[in-house]
Design a protein around this ligand. Structure first.
Ligand SMILES: Cc1cc2nc3c(=O)[nH]c(=O)nc-3n(C[C@H](O)[C@H](O)[C@H](O)COP(=O)(O)OP(=O)(O)OC[C@H]3O[C@@H](n4cnc5c(N)ncnc54)[C@H](O)[C@@H]3O)c2cc1C
Length: 388
């Protein structure tokens, strides 16, 4: 069959683009190497709980068009992300807000909190200036940056261990720019996000993506590199599948460096390991969907209790421990490492991509950028519009 588009990747980017091109009367075929659709937002229903298989996903946006768009495919609940942080035997609300400060210092008012933070931060800045023997202060690493912004209590209890686990390095060995700001909220508001719209699709993300693919053929368990006829690693014009289907254009949402056979070198990622436990005899394990563990000695960064994303009250529960991990070839590439080296390398791959105007690159792997889901929807809508 002759198609207008081959869409590689049945994740959110591929799904929105496929839906939009079909709406415009184009013929599309979607393939994904996984056995499932929805990419990293895949949810799997067990014990009547939608399990976020690739990590907790909360939809939040201030983009009204994006919000209305996703609501076409699923109703959303009114979930508000309000994580809790555990440090030793102490429990704190996140993001840093008056509940956090009150628990930490036994205070009540914003002015008390502001003056403690200012006093602690100033003390650290003076100490670092005198140790460096300089009059002006510039943070040389992440530890110095965080201390100068938030003072010692918040840094030690809520920033240090968590950040070191996330990056697998000591805060003294991490660059200061990773933390530009440490947002402090001087109200009693535990809503993690500042966005206008927020929620979780009722029935799970997979059902939402399934609806986007309504009437569209999706071949799962189908790897692009085995599906398309390639010549010296590149797709041959006219794009043809090994079975003889032809495609006018390709949208590729896999890894851009892999697409080009890594010929300029490897892009780097940070990975994660998930350890999921079904607890049929426990109805409520931690009383919150997301609990962060901020001590370095505890190897995971957070525990997710999936049922609380949907206010589940049924019997049993499912929890997932999330462990940051070094990425090696073959591991799931979760987070692009957007440092100078990798960004420069990506720019060179982007230049190569310009030589293939009929291949579009989209999504977090195709564009080597950490995108939240709402940004993915926005990018995919914009790309489909520019395709006409
Ligand atoms: C741990 C974690 C938590 C997150 N939490 C949030 C959150 O709370 N809120 C939020 O807004 N965003 C969150 N995100 C971001 C969100 O996951 C992404 O925005 C979104 O999943 C990206 O969609 P995508 O289609 O670009 O990529 P993907 O979902 O990765 O889809 C790409 C697809 O392409 C397929 N593919 C790759 N190579 C090939 C090939 N060679 N052949 C065939 N198929 C191929 C893959 O199998 C995959 O299914 C989180 C991300 C992570 C890692």
């Amino acid at each position: 069959m002759n198609y207008d588009y081959l869409i590689v990747g049945a994740g959110l980017f591929g799904a929105v683009f496929a839906r939009e091109m079909k709406r415009r009367g184009k013929s599309v075929l979607v393939i994904d190497k996984r056995d499932t659709i929805a990419g990293n937002i895949y949810t799997e229903k067990r014990m009547d709980i939608n399990v976020h298989k690739y990590g907790a996903h909360i939809f939040h946006t201030s983009d009204r068009e994006v919000w209305e768009y996703v609501n076409e495919f699923s109703e959303f609940n009114n979930y508000i992300n309000s994580p809790v942080a555990v440090y030793k035997d102490e429990l704190y609300n996140l993001p840093f807000n008056m509940n956090t400060f009150s628990r930490m210092w036994g205070i009540k008012t914003p002015s008390e909190a502001m003056s403690i933070i200012r006093e602690q931060a100033d003390k650290e800045i003076s100490r670092m200036k005198s140790e460096k023997g300089t009059d002006s202060f510039t943070a040389d690493n992440l530890e110095e940056q965080a201390l100068s912004l938030a003072g010692r209590d918040i840094y030690e209890k809520l920033v240090k261990g968590y950040t070191e686990k996330q990056w697998g390095r000591d805060c003294k060995d991490l660059p200061a720019f990773i933390i530009k700001r440490l947002p402090m909220r001087y109200t009693y508001d535990n809503n993690y996000f500042n966005d206008r719209f927020q929620g979780i699709p009722i029935g799970g993300y997979t059902a939402m993506v399934e609806k986007m693919f309504d009437g569209i053929t999706v071949l799962t368990g189908c790897d692009y590199y085995e599906f398309v006829q390639l010549e010296d690693g590149a797709p041959r014009q006219p794009f043809t599948s090994v079975k003889g289907d032809t495609f006018r254009k390709i949208l590729f949402t896999g890894m851009i460096d892999e697409f080009f056979g890594y010929k300029l070198g490897n892009l780097e990622y940070r990975s994660l390991k998930f350890e999921t436990q079904d607890l049929p005899d426990v109805d409520n394990y931690q009383g919150n969907a997301v609990v962060n563990y901020t001590e370095r000695e505890i190897p995971y960064t957070r525990i997710i209790e999936h049922k609380h994303f949907e206010y589940g009250t049924g019997k049993g529960t499912i929890i997932t421990r999330e462990y940051p991990a070094t990425w090696n070839h073959g591991d799931e590439p979760y987070y692009p490492m957007n440092d100078d080296r990798n960004n420069a390398l990506y720019s060179r791959y982007k230049e190569l991509a310009k030589e293939l105007p009929d291949v579009l690159f989209g999504g977090r792997l195709g564009q080597y950028k950490y995108y939240n889901m709402d940004q993915i929807v926005r990018e995919a809508l914009d790309m489909s519009r520019s395709e006409g």
